[in-house]
Design a binder for this molecule. Structure first.
Ligand code: 26V
Length: 824
């Protein structure tokens, strides 16, 4: 009887319009005469949401019924961006919506733009998690994401007088994509103490008692797959005061303030995303976030497993948990606690289950980014977990001692506890010991972790525990959604939209690389994308740029290792070179626009200095009459996912120029090439595999290799290094005050010139400039350039996150897709 009442998805344009109108008039309680773009967005989103919900429920029922193994992706960050466009495309109804909205008097692009980005992440790591969710659903894998429902996402960046200013990102005013589940809650305990006792059989049992309790409330977000009914779930936890905690005594006795303060303290846990700053180190609230999220997620996962009434040893046959970096590592300890303390399993049996359940992905080799938590802090917040960590470490070190007797140095190196003052828990070591697989995110990076930071663990556990899964990106968002015209052109040559689910079909494009008409359309699309970006630049910065200039883009978080400073030094060098030319010589030069974007962590002083210099260079160069269109330097404010969708398709060349060995993978490099842009880059991260796939004629590689870095750094420290003359010339100009007060940039200059140049800017500067000269030369030959672009796109099939997810599914999770037909 229920079934006949189920609402069905809109079958046609009229059906869609009816739903939009209904939502405007009833859900939003607005008259049609008073329906602006934001109301149109809301109603359109609600209409599509209704459509998703049905498939979402069916998917969950089907997965439960099939009793298939699920993967749970634990990530503190999900950088989702906008949802409406994605939902329309994935369910295949964007054309219908476009026509329907047009009849109602709206342009679909304007409606889409109304949506606030879901910016629950910092950068690559969070966006990777979002691409993975898209692939998991599109490939019909039973999978859930677990994260935190931050009230504030990554801050909004404003540029005021050339400086970054951070503004809070309150994004929940209207969010139709989440469903509060007030009935799905978990009480999470903090602080307190451990009580030891002996049971009837003489076994020691531990109970964690006392302390305070905070409530976790689930908010669910539907994740629609592309061209499949599978709609997976992303569950985000929000913190609330536990019911008993809101103190009515205090409230009634007039101590209203302190009663509300308790409430607010609980809600603080999920209030803000940490903007991954060096200064976050050791913050108690961050550790609270981690445990809150991990404990709620595990409770949920275990509750689901227990319904099946299976024996515990089958847990890893039904559950795979992937740790996105070390942030969720406490999950390993929490599962061991649940199994031993609450379910009464023997330690070894429990530990076996734990290790077979977890996989750990490492995303950086930078030592300052490896997580450590102080023992006293964990002792205070999670006393029972600290005991378990010590026991895990004891058993681990005992086995190492048996394997490699009398090797004190080795024990100290691999210990989960660092014997410092105070003692620290090394989260990566705990994650390795508690997982059955550890992976890096690109070949070079996976090799580096095996030979440097984790090399002792390879000795101990053997090489098979360590593997590589090269990152990927979803072609749905990063081609079809971001670059619809290019997607359509590709579809017309590769036999339809199949390439969106099998990206290797792009290879068919190579057959058309000489097709005149095809090349012309391709070039037109790139130009139109550049025109759109030029308009955005004009509107947001006031700078006029010519769409026929070479667009040179570097957009990513600002960090010294990513070397935006080298890029801006290069732009200054170009400026000085142009200034030194006669007007006749200048005439012959290639016009260029240097485009930057990216946020600096609020406490990262050097990164902020880099932003300031970029803006100041722009202010000088962009207003220099001698230079005109030959060089423009712009910094785009508030780089985020939806800006990336506009910027990336408009790039001619993009910069991926990290010091070799420092960028684990990079994923925007893949996005740029997939959109018909070339790249200039170092031999680092996924650049290496991109080169292997597209051919070295199609990429501009430069600079020293990872294997040379140690020796070069050494040379700097022992003064066996002279600074490049071109770079010295740039420093002179900065110090003359051409770009504002030189004091403002003294840190940047001296880091390279006087303090060891840790990121080797001076070592790579010369080859960087030379390679940019090659870029200019190559761009002059527009036909050849176009050939490079088309050929590169044709060879990018490997970098789909679908390939990547299939590798995880097969090599780490041991899960299978649950295939369904559309109408079942
Ligand atoms: C974090 C921090 C925080 C403290 C200061 C220094 C520092 C340096 C790096 C990081 C990154 C943490 C992990 C991360 O986000 N890794 C990124 O993961 C992407 C997805 O795998 C990958 O493409 C990027 O190369 C990698 O940086």
């Amino acid at each position: 009887a229920w079934l006949k009442h189920q609402t069905s998805p809109f079958k046609d344009k009229d059906g869609f319009e009816r739903e939009v109108v209904r939502h405007v008039e009833t859900t939003l309680a607005r008259s049609l005469y008073n329906c602006d773009e934001s109301a149109a967005y809301a109603a359109c989103a609600l209409a599509f949401r209704d459509r998703l919900i049905l498939e979402w429920n069916r998917t969950q029922q089907r997965q439960t019924f099939a009793d298939s193994k699920r993967v749970y992706y634990l990530s503190l960050e999900f950088l989702m961006g906008r949802a409406l466009d994605n939902a329309m495309l994935n369910v295949g109804q964007k054309d219908l919506a476009k026509a329907g909205l047009a009849e109602l008097g709206f342009r679909i692009e304007d409606v889409i733009q109304q949506e606030h980005d879901a910016a629950l992440g910092n950068g690559g790591l969070g966006r990777l998690a979002a691409c993975f969710l898209d692939s998991l659903a599109s490939l019909n894998y039973p999978a859930w994401g677990y994260g935190l429902r931050y009230r504030y996402g990554i801050f909004k960046q404003e540029i005021i007088d050339g400086y970054q200013v951070e503004v809070p990102d309150y994004w929940l005013d209207f969010n139709p994509w989440e469903f509060p589940r007030h009935d799905v809650t978990v009480d999470i305990q903090f602080y307190g103490h451990v009580v030891k006792s002996t049971d009837e059989s003489g076994k020691t049992v531990c109970r964690w008692e006392g302390g305070e309790t905070v409530k976790a409330v689930a908010y669910d977000v539907p994740i629609p797959g592309y061209d499949t009914p599978t709609t997976n779930n992303l569950r985000l936890w929000s913190s609330k005061a536990a019911s008993g905690e809101f103190d009515f005594q205090k409230f009634n006795s007039g101590d209203y303030e302190s009663s509300v303060a308790d409430q607010q303290r609980a809600e603080t846990i999920s209030a803000v995303l940490y903007p991954n700053d060096n200064l976050d180190r050791g913050k108690e609230l961050r550790l609270k976030q981690q445990y809150f999220w991990v404990a709620a997620s595990l409770y949920d996962i275990v509750r689901r497993f227990k319904k099946s009434k299976r024996p515990w040893k089958e847990f890893p046959d039904k559950v795979a948990i992937q740790l996105n970096d070390t942030h969720p590592t406490l999950a390993i300890v929490e599962l061991q606690r649940i199994l031993v303390d609450l379910e009464g399993l023997e330690w070894d049996e429990a530990w076996n289950i734990v290790v077979n359940t977890f996989g750990y992905t490492n995303h950086t080799v930078l030592p300052e980014a490896l997580e450590k938590w102080s023992v006293p802090l964990i002792q205070h917040l999670l006393p029972r977990h600290l005991q378990i960590i010590y026991d895990v470490n004891l058993f681990f070190l005992q086995s190492v001692e048996r394997q490699f007797p009398n090797n004190r140095d080795l024990l100290r190196e691999v210990s989960i506890i660092e014997e410092s003052q105070p003692k620290m828990v090394r989260m990566a070591h705990l994650a390795i010991v508690g997982s059955h697989k550890v992976n890096g995110v690109a070949e070079l990076h996976s090799d580096l972790i095996k030979t440097t930071i984790f090399k002792d663990f390879v000795e101990i556990f053997g090489p098979d525990k360590f593997t590589n899964v090269t990152n990927g990106i979803t072609p749905r968002r990063w081609l079809h959604q971001a670059n619809p015209r290019l997607s359509e052109l590709i579809a017309s040559k590769t036999g339809g939209k199949g390439f969106l689910t099998d990206l290797t079909l792009l290879s068919k494009l190579e057959l058309y690389v000489d097709d005149k008409e095809f090349r012309k359309e391709w070039a037109e699309i790139k130009y139109a994308n550049k025109v759109r970006l030029a308009k955005h630049i004009k509107a947001t910065t006031g700078v006029t740029v010519s769409p026929s200039a070479l667009f040179d883009v570097q957009v990513k978080r600002i960090h010294e290792y990513k070397r935006q400073q080298m890029n801006i030094f290069g732009a200054i060098h170009r400026y000085l070179t142009l200034k030194a030319m006669t007007p006749e010589e200048r005439q012959k030069q290639l016009p260029r626009v240097s485009i930057f974007g990216g946020k600096a962590a609020p406490g990262y002083w050097m990164a902020k200095q880099i932003i300031h210099l970029i803006n100041n260079v722009g202010a000088v160069v962009n207003n220099d009459k001698d230079i005109g269109d030959l060089l423009k330097v712009v910094f785009l404010e508030d780089y985020n996912v939806s800006k990336a969708e506009m910027i990336i398709p408009a790039s001619d060349i993009s910069e991926h120029i990290s010091t070799a060995g420092t960028e684990a993978s990079g994923t925007s490099n893949m996005k740029f090439v997939l959109n018909g842009g070339l790249i200039i880059g170092t031999c680092d991260g996924a650049n290496i595999e991109i080169t292997r796939e597209i051919g070295e004629n199609n990429i501009f590689l430069f600079g020293n290799l990872a294997e040379d870095v140690e020796e070069l750094r050494h040379a700097h420290l022992y003064g066996q290094h002279t600074i490049d003359a071109d770079l010295a010339r740039v420093f002179d100009e900065i110090e003359r005050g051409t770009f504002g007060n030189p004091q403002d940039f003294a840190g940047m200059v001296s880091a390279v010139r006087d303090h060891g140049d840790y990121y080797l800017v001076s070592d790579d500067f010369h080859s960087y400039l030379e390679t940019h000269a090659l870029v200019d030369e190559a761009y002059r030959d527009q036909e050849q350039w176009l050939t490079k672009c088309i050929t590169s796109v044709a060879r990018m099939g490997f970098f789909s996150s679908d390939r990547c997810i299939n590798e995880y599914a097969e090599g780490i999770w041991n899960i299978e897709p649950l295939v369904v037909d559309r109408d079942k």
